[in-house]
Write a protein of this length. Sequence first.
Length: 138
Amino acid sequence: MNRTCLAGLFALLTLNAGCASIFKGSTSSMEIAGLPRDATVETPEGFPLEREAGTDSVLIPVDDPPRVLRITSRFIDKQVPVKRFVGAGWILLDIAMGGLIAIVIDAATGNWYEFEDTSMAAARPSKRTQRSVESADR
C-alpha cells in the first residue's frame, strides 16, 4: 500500500513539473551565423557566454537574458540584438502532460523561452567602436 501511494505521488509530481524545465533546463541556445571561431561573446556587462562546441551557437540563460550580445575578436567589435519568444511546442507539452500547474512552472521559471537565430550580418558596431571611429574622424 505504501509503495503504491509513493509511486502515485511521484508520478503526480513528475507529471506536474513543467516540460521545458525538465527537458531543456534554464539555458537556451542562439545561433549566430558567421560567428568567427576566435570570437568571444559576452553580455554588455562583460560576462562571457559559453559557446556550444563546434557550432556557431551560444548558450544564454532564459531567466534574465541580455538585450544585446557583444561579439569581439581580433578585427570585430559588434553587438547583436537578442530576441526571444515562447516556444509553442513547450506550451502544448505542458497542456498535454501537466495542465495548468506545468504551465505556471514554465512561465514562472521562463524556461519555455527560445531565442531567435541571427547572423553576423545583423550585427552593428558596438558603442565603443563607434566612439573610436567618431574620434578618428575629427
